[in-house]
Design a protein around this ligand. Structure first.
Ligand code: NAP
Length: 285
């Protein structure tokens, strides 16, 4: 029940109506009986600075930030965590007594979901499709987790080159870049231990009908991780599973990035299974 002492959290994005975060976070607040609520805020690009100022002025506990604001929001904050600076994107803002601090829980959420699946990226050869915001977050944590090589493929290649250049100072491994349409992709797929799709290909409703790469080019032992979570079983995942690969959907990353945001806001351990259940009900229902 909302009353005079309810602490408000939310998500800023455009579009935002499709977001499953309100469902997950409200279920988590309920699980602890916290006097908190989480609401969606539709914010256009031009309104971002005013929306962030309103987080401070209205005394919100914090917000998640999603497309298209994750990069631009950095300049509106009082402080940004080092990993979020390296990634170049913030997805979680914490209001600490009027100071707004930005974090990125996408990468750590991805890593936590790999750990949940019992996969250690250390020493593994990784192939990444896409070089946008999600790709930047997962590539940094894969490097920090000790992958032995990273091959980044994107539509044109220019974003991938910029990402590789940004990662170079912190990378202890070989990074190569290429175009999705180029010949280098086939060789990289054949050698990959881990394939991560960080492109929107496969996502409902526009890009569902084809996988971003041909899974027949993968070796059977590859772990295929699709950051897309709607649908839960993308073409990439079903065709890779048929090829004998282990597969993971983006739902695990979504739950874990939300759990980490919850922990930053409340200082409590997130009820991860409750959050996962809320998400699965929504995606399967
Ligand atoms: P983004 O910043 O727009 O980046 C998308 C990347 O994919 C860009 O490099 C883009 O290249 C490339 N791309 C776009 N259209 C493509 C196509 N038709 N074929 C191949 N590549 C294409 O988006 P994002 O925020 O990184 O999100 C990427 C995906 O990850 C989305 O499906 C999103 O739902 C998912 N995601 C999941 C989670 C989770 O928690 N599971 C979290 C964040 C994102 P150009 O820019 O050169 O076109």
């Amino acid at each position: 029940m909302i009353n005079g002492s309810t602490r408000v959290y939310g998500i800023i994005g455009d579009p935002v109506a499709h977001s499953l975060s309100p469902l997950m976070q409200n279920r988590a607040f309920e699980a602890y009986g916290l006097q908190c609520c989480y609401v969606p805020f539709q914010v256009e690009a031009a309104g971002l600075p005013a929306a962030v100022a309103a987080v401070r002025a209205l005394g919100l506990g914090g917000v998640n930030v999603t497309i298209p604001h994750k990069e631009r929001v950095l300049e509106c904050l009082d402080e940004v965590d080092r990993s979020a600076v390296l990634i170049g994107a913030v997805n979680t803002v914490v209001n600490r007594d009027g100071r707004l601090i930005g974090y990125n829980t996408d990468g750590a959420g991805f890593l936590a979901s790999l750990q949940d699946a019992g996969f250690d990226p250390g020493g593994k050869r990784a192939v990444l499709l896409g070089a946008g915001g999600a790709a930047r977050a997962v590539s940094l944590v894969m490097i920090q987790a000790g992958i032995s090589s990273l091959a980044i493929f994107d539509v044109i290649g220019s974003k991938a080159e910029k990402l590789a250049a940004d990662l170079a100072p912190v990378a202890g491994c070989r990074i190569v870049v290429g175009e999705l349409a180029g010949g280098a992709l086939r060789a990289a797929l054949a050698e990959a231990d881990l394939l991560v799709n960080a492109s929107p290909v496969g996502m409902f409703p526009k890009h569902q009908d084809r996988p971003p790469v041909d899974p027949r080019q993968l070796a059977g032992g590859t772990l295929v991780y699709d950051l897309v979570y709607n649908p839960l079983r993308t073409k990439l995942l079903s065709e890779s599973a048929a090829r004998g690969c282990r597969v993971l959907s983006g739902a695990g990353m979504l739950v874990n990035q939300g759990a980490l945001a919850f922990e930053l806001w409340t200082g409590r351990r997130a009820p991860v299974e409750t959050m996962r259940q809320a998400l699965e009900e929504a995606l399967q229902g």
